[in-house]
Write a protein that binds this ligand. Structure first.
Ligand code: OXT
Ligand code: ADP
Ligand code: MG
Length: 574
């Protein structure tokens, strides 16, 4: 069969690959595409926009991909990123791998060169075997060759992205697919509406009983909430479980706000204590990876520990240490089963353990409080973040985007979150460059005001997207913590040569002027008071704003809180 003109009769209405792709996406409720236009997908973007899909054009595919990844996290639907072939595809691939690593649903759709030419390596325009390259970096990768397979191809991509442990999916669309013509009625029949794309996964009843028996015996229990728990959108069940059990909980970075950070059971400010001293740890949508020292070693103390682990991915169990009570299922179903089993009889945790955790929290919070009130010039991280903390307290619906090293680590512990899924950051890989893509998608997907707190280095990875923010007039306020460099702005080149040190940038740069160049508001501030005023003004008016916050170049430390991960040479070069 000739796939370019399959089953077409003279006068029957026709459709083609372009239209079928749009129909298939709309049938499955795709409302937004993030991407960069070019051969062979320029017309597809135009036509999708004309059909009512919102198509947001970026300046670089990695930022569009990061937008799609976080859209997936926020909505539980796959975020869609659209790119051109080879270089555009590769630019989007980092974000696809980032989405997969973070367990967020996303589909990277890339146009590609013709199979016949690519497979014979005859040097097509932007020739690359994209499917083969994408495969190891995502959860699933598919290619659609025929217009009549578009319906099933899109359905497969959606189901693969959101079912089970969510992740990134790659969809390869060779250029000739778009123009393939077929009978319109046959085309409509070939479309697939995905039914129940992420089915509930109910835990085994005996696994629930085993977990609760272990929890009941615990003297010093702890719950760790991860971003999987935030993703699950089972907010009420999570809160009910925490409060009914009375167990202190530690939110991982993006799980902050699932319960308000000033909740009496929140142990964020007693992190070291609870990790060391706990005897039974309930992991909910969090992994025992590097962020938790793999569940062992000094950070976890000497006392023997038992783990209860709730996760949708069975292979996650025993990944680093023995899991005494694995509970495999989706978090909503698992917690519903826990709550049903706990019934009215459950004795909430009380006594010495809770008192010790509270005492530690209160002393750490009290120690930090005066530092947050300082109005020093030049600003240090505490003074500047104290101002931003007060803003988020007054505006709990705003979404906080955060990247950098010191800027990230200080903001995480200083700024309390009050509602679920309001803190979006660098995720499992600690990636710099998520900032502007994340801010843009957060504004578009939620309609809320966004506050992006960015290290000056971090901002540079996606800074050109301030034009995108202005073009779509998004309510995004960016604060660049400008300390003249990566970690600190004071490093020196010990060779005595004229190049500056590798971590140092142009001194006293004015990032605010980048925003002004595109018609947004740019402000330079030097004190916490000025910063607070400028951010409040930006949030009151909702205009795209960039505030250059001048931070003391001496006030950061190498790699923020994870300096211990830097290998160091013990042999000095002669
Ligand atoms: O209990 P203890 O006593 O231990 O105290 C803890 C809490 O109890 C307490 N705490 C509180 N006290 C009082 N009140 C409150 N409310 C409170 N809350 C907590 O505070 C301490 C600390 O708590 P925390 O933070 O919870 O605990 P801890 O021990 O830090 O937790 C461990 C971790 C591992 C979970 C945590 O540290 C974490 O999540 N870390 C994530 C780190 C991360 O991902 N960093 C980003 C990567 S760094 C580096 O790789 C960078 N690069 C290289 C690069 C990257 N990343 N990507 C790409 C694509 N290319 C290159 C670069 C280029 S960073 C970077 C740029 C940096 O420069 P910038 O200019 O952007 O930024 P600046 O540094 O600002 O200049
Ligand atoms: P954090 O970095 O916050 O510790 P991780 O990204 O390491 O969180 O872990 C998230 C975990 O949540 C993953 O193991 C993933 O399989 C799991 N997860 C994601 N969605 C769900 C869900 N709906 N139900 C159960 N587990 C989930
Ligand atoms: Mg910096």
């Amino acid at each position: 069969m000739d796939h370019n003109t399959s089953e077409v009769t003279e006068d029957a209405p026709l459709t083609d690959g372009f239209n079928l792709l749009i129909d298939a996406l709309q049938l499955n409720d795709v409302e937004t595409i993030y991407g960069v236009p070019g051969i062979p997908i320029t017309d597809f973007g135009r036509m999708a926009q004309a059909a009512g899909i919102r198509v947001i054009s970026f300046r670089h595919e990695q930022n569009a991909g990061n937008a799609a990844a976080i859209a997936g996290y926020l909505t539980k639907k796959p975020g869609i990123c659209l790119t051109v072939s080879a270089p555009g595809f590769l630019n989007g691939l980092t974000a696809l791998a980032h989405a997969t690593t973070n367990c967020w649903p996303m589909i990277l759709i890339s146009g590609s060169s013709e199979r016949e030419v690519v497979d014979l390596q005859q040097g097509d325009y932007e020739e690359m075997d994209q499917l083969a390259i994408a495969k190891p970096l995502c959860k699933a990768a598919y290619r659609i060759l025929h217009a009549q397979d578009i319906g099933i191809g899109i359905a497969r991509a959606i189901r693969a992205a959101v079912s089970g442990r969510p992740g990134g999916v790659y969809l390869d669309l060779p250029a000739q697919l778009f123009g393939q013509v077929m009978d319109a009625a046959e085309g409509q029949k070939s479309l697939v509406k995905v039914i129940d794309p992420a089915p509930e996964q109910i835990p085994a009843p005996h696994a629930v009983i085993r977990a609760l028996e272990l929890l009941k015996e615990a003297k010093r229990p702890l719950v760790i909430l991860g971003k999987g728990a935030a993703y699950a959108q089972a907010d009420d069940a999570i809160r009910e479980f925490i409060e009914k059990s009375g167990v202190p909980y530690l939110p991982m970075s993006m799980a902050k706000g699932l319960l308000p950070d000033d909740h009496p059971q929140c142990a964020s400010a007693a992190r070291s204590l609870v990790l060391k001293e706990s005897d039974v740890v309930v992991m909910i949508g969090a992994r025992l990876n590097w962020l938790l020292s793999h569940g062992k070693g000094k950070q976890w103390g000497e006392a023997p520990k038992k783990f209860i682990h709730i996760d949708i991915e069975p292979k996650e169990m025993d990944s680093n240490v023995e899991i005494a009570a694995p509970v495999v299922g989706d978090i909503g179903s698992c917690l519903a089963a826990f709550l049903a089993e706990m019934g009215g009889q459950w004795q909430a945790q009380s006594g010495e353990w809770l008192d010790a955790v509270r005492a530690k929290v209160e002393s750490n919070v009290a120690r930090m409080a005066p530092k947050l009130m300082n109005n020093n010039i030049p600003m240090d991280y505490h003074g500047a973040l104290g101002a931003l903390r007060r803003i988020i307290e007054k505006r709990p619906d705003a979404i906080l985007v955060n990247e950098g090293a010191n800027t990230l680590d200080f903001a995480r512990s200083i700024i309390n979150m009050h509602k679920p899924r309001k803190r979006l950051d660098v995720g499992t890989w600690g990636v710099m460059g998520i900032g502007m893509g994340t801010a843009i998608a957060a504004a578009i997907e939620t309609g809320q005001q966004v506050l992006a707190i960015e290290g000056d280095s971090a901002f540079g990875f996606s800074g050109m997207e301030v034009e995108t923010i202005c073009r779509y007039n998004l309510p995004v306020c960016i604060v660049v913590f400008n300390n003249n460099g990566i970690y600190r702005g004071t490093d020196v080149n010990t060779s005595g040569g004229s190049d500056v040190a590798t971590t140092v940038f142009v001194k006293d740069s004015r990032y605010d002027m980048m925003m002004q160049a595109f018609g947004g508001v740019g402000v330079n501030v030097t004190s916490p008071d000025e910063l607070e005023r400028a951010v409040n003004e930006a949030m009151d008016c909702g205009k795209p704003t960039l505030i250059n916050a001048v931070i003391d170049p001496e006030s950061g430390t190498e790699s923020g809180r994870i300096g211990n991960l830097n290998p160091q040479s013990v042999v000095k070069k002669k």
